[in-house]
Design a protein. Structure first.
Length: 308
């Protein structure tokens, strides 16, 4: 993710052709690998339960296996769902499939009531631009709910691979893609012009028998490294085995299983509308805080306790 700046050209962090290729490959692998997507999608629907109103047209942005339409139906929120994915193998699994990039949304302004995005936005080179496009296609008072990987994701694997590469190959290359952090995500929602922005984070920890099993799941999720500066050659077998050994030595629990941490950033933002609450102008309050709290009012120079 590129940080907010005044430049118009995004910094190219990810190889988008690799992202598409990884997702197409994942589409041909068993859905059991994509348990994390289903969990994040379910948590997005849980957040939607707190929102009143009807969303008639929903964009499932990065639709994966297309489970979002069924989740909406099961939650009593039926809608016309458009399933967009950069991978044709995934897009065709949802209703009303669209093959397109998250950074080039092919929709008219103010045409969508709700955008739901499950583990897709963290692969965009121009995240500010993608969020701006989402705001533009939302109708007034339309809603964005997104779950994306955060910067603390797979910190255990990152450490093990780095140490293994230094030991086996006398150098290291980026192995885990860079992702946004909590503070950056909130600032980007505001920069895109989305109202009432909220960002919170959950950490989902999954245990595996070994690091190689984790890597197989990442392949099946379509979440393998797609950084532009990644090493293009295959990782040496000795490096992988050393990384697996380091991972187990440093992080394994009493049962011998290793944890893998996935930090999920949940983003909420609304397309601006006149009906939304707005902050009062400074100095426009009609009651004193001291009266509301039932406490005596003191001047700024008065001390409330004894000094030491």
């Amino acid at each position: 993710m590129n940080p907010p700046s005044d430049t118009t050209e995004p910094m190219l962090v990810f190889d988008r052709s690799a992202v598409r290729a990884h997702r197409e490959r994942a589409a041909g692998l068993p859905a059991e690998h994509r348990f994390l997507r289903r969990e994040v999608a379910a948590r997005l629907i849980d957040r939607l339960a707190d929102v009143k109103g009807r969303f008639e047209t929903v964009l499932d942005l990065g639709c994966g296996d297309g489970e979002m339409a069924d989740l909406l139906e099961a939650a009593g929120r039926p809608a016309t769902v458009i399933s967009l994915d950069a991978a044709r193998g995934f897009a065709r699994r949802g209703p009303r499939p669209v093959v397109a990039e998250e950074e080039a949304l092919p929709f008219k302004p103010a045409s969508i009531d709700l955008v739901l995005s499950t583990l897709g936005l963290h692969w965009t080179n121009d995240l500010p631009g993608a969020l701006l496009q989402i705001r533009q296609i939302l109708r007034p008072d339309g809603l964005l709910l997104a779950g994306m990987l955060g910067g603390e994701t797979l910190h255990e694997l990152r450490a093990a691979l780095l140490e293994a590469e230094l030991a086996e190959e006398s150098g290291a290359s980026p192995r885990i893609s860079p992702f946004a952090d909590l503070r950056d995500a909130g600032a980007l929602l505001q920069r895109a012009g989305l109202a009432l922005p909220v960002v919170d984070a959950d950490t989902i920890t999954v245990t595996y028998p070994d690091a190689l099993a984790l890597m197989r799941d990442l392949r099946g999720m379509g979440e393998t490294n797609a950084g532009r500066h990644r090493r293009r050659s295959f990782t040496r077998r000795a490096t992988l085995l050393r990384a697996a050994a380091i991972y187990a030595e440093r992080f394994a629990g009493p049962d011998g299983r290793i944890p893998a941490s996935f930090q999920i950033l949940f983003l909420t933002g609304w397309a601006p509308a006149p009906s939304q609450p707005k902050a009062l102008r400074p100095g426009s309050a009609t009651a004193r805080l001291a009266d509301v709290l039932g406490a005596p009012e003191r001047g700024t120079g008065e001390r409330t306790g004894r000094g030491v």
